[in-house]
Design a protein around this ligand. Structure first.
Ligand code: FAD
Ligand code: UDP
Length: 367
């Protein structure tokens, strides 16, 4: 069989590239090993008619106008600004830890002192990674930093990664900084929302082109010998492509437990369990999709070494292995094979970054 463009993986990166190439008349074949499109962004209506995310909560947020404009061609958006509460010793407080959290957890007089010192030291509106806050040379702020480290980050990170915060790449805990303002939102990006009819409806629109064919339930290695192509785009795991010849790049995995109740479960869509229980967070979907329904479905996330492949583990050893694979990837560009996305680049991408990378690759290749 001959196709112009062969895309391995029907996640958001693969779908974006399929849409772009098909729109200029190229024949595209997508090969996907799962039984559905959408990759980890997959959503569906469960047996109760509630829209749920199969692989954990996905909230769209970006500062890239071009990514927002691009996806907006395929969906309208529900206005939704994600807010998370952290369960800290049984009390629900705003996360990221911010000035509101300070006032919730400390007596007013002391909270005022901490607020003043935080603003003087860092400036109002600044977002400080917890590991930077810990280095501060002031007794009150040092106390605060230790408190936040212990209560917000340490046990959550131990559950999520099986490691202490200082043993994982600094960029990971920096995703949820200490915020020197009253902004309770989890993300401060300019564009935020949920696709009006869900992610899959958005993807179906992107793929609605007679030039695109999709083969589900198929690992590309089963069929690659029977297909010729001008360009191949690979969005699967980078080490798998090379038969693990430089070793395996590990992932932190997740297991999801879904439950449905007759009454609402929690005050906001996501509650993080910072220092108790063996799960990390609970999502109540209808509070983020703004679906009206008499029942409610929640999802409990259990991190583990086995389960759904979720997070690349960015330590020095793995980065060295990755470098070796990336050298091989460079050589394949002569053969028109390109690697893109969270698995193929082994990067902790959000959805918008996966789309941005896909759009950049397309711009580089078109014509
Ligand atoms: P994927 O979605 O992983 O797609 C790759 C596809 O390739 C998969 O469908 C896979 O089955 C297929 N594939 C792999 N190997 C093969 C093979 N050998 N043959 C055929 N097919 C193959 N991002 C946000 O922006 N906001 C969020 O709120 C958010 N929440 C998240 C929550 C969780 C729990 C997780 C795990 C991720 C979250 N993300 C979020 C990140 C988001 O899921 C990723 O950025 C996005 O899915 C990356 O898309 P991708 O196409 O690169 O990879
Ligand atoms: N984190 C934490 N406590 C929290 C939230 C986050 O310790 O309440 C740390 C944890 O190490 C986590 C990282 O910050 O892996 C990034 O969190 P984020 O919510 O961005 O993770 P994701 O949504 O990608 O699972």
């Amino acid at each position: 069989m001959k196709t112009d463009i062969l895309i391995i993986g029907a996640g958001i990166a693969g779908i974006t590239l399929a849409e772009r190439f098909a729109s200029e008349g190229k024949k595209v074949l997508i090969v996907e090993k799962r039984n559905h499109i959408g990759g980890n962004c997959y959503d569906y209506y469960n047996e109760h008619g509630i829209l749920v995310h199969k692989y954990g909560p996905h909230i769209f947020h970006t500062n890239y106008k071009e990514v927002w404009d691009y996806l907006s061609k395929f969906t309208d958006w529900i206005y939704y600004q994600h807010k998370v509460l952290g369960n800290i010793d049984g009390e629900l407080v705003p996360i990221p830890f911010n000035l509101n959290t300070v006032y919730k957890l400390f007596p007013k007089k002391y909270a005022e002192k901490l607020e003043e010192k935080l603003i003087t030291h860092f400036g109002y509106g600044k977002r400080i990674p917890i590991l930077d806050l810990k280095n501060i040379d002031d007794n009150d702020l040092k106390y605060l930093a230790e408190f936040v480290y212990e209560k917000v980050f340490l046990k959550y990170t131990m559950k999520q990664w099986g490691l202490k915060p200082e043993a994982i790449d600094k960029s990971v805990t920096a995703r949820v900084p200490v915020v020197i303002s009253r902004d309770d939102r989890y993300f401060n990006d300019k564009y935020q929302g949920m696709p009006k009819n869900g992610y899959i409806k958005m993807f179906e629109r992107m793929l609605d082109n007679k030039n695109i064919k999709i083969l589900l339930n198929t690992d590309y290695k089963e069929i690659i010998d029977y297909i010729s192509y001008d360009i191949m785009i690979y969005t699967g795991e980078i080490d798998y492509f090379f038969d693990y010849k430089y070793g395996k790049l590990p992932y932190r995995c997740l297991n999801f437990e879904f439950k449905t109740f007759n009454d609402d479960f929690q005050p906001v869509a996501v509650v993080n369990y910072n220092n108790n229980y063996d799960f990390t967070r609970i999502t109540e979907f209808k509070k983020m999709t703004i679906q009206k329904h008499e029942k409610t479905t929640i999802c409990i996330e259990y991190p583990s070494d086995v389960g759904v492949v979720a997070y690349p583990i960015l330590n020095e050893g793995n980065k060295r292995i990755l470098e070796k694979y990336l050298e091989e990837v460079k050589k394949l560009e002569n053969k028109n094979i390109y690697f893109i996305g969270r698995l193929a680049e082994y990067k902790y991408y959000n959805m918008d970054e996966a789309v941005k990378r896909a759009l950049e690759l397309y711009d580089g290749l078109k014509g």
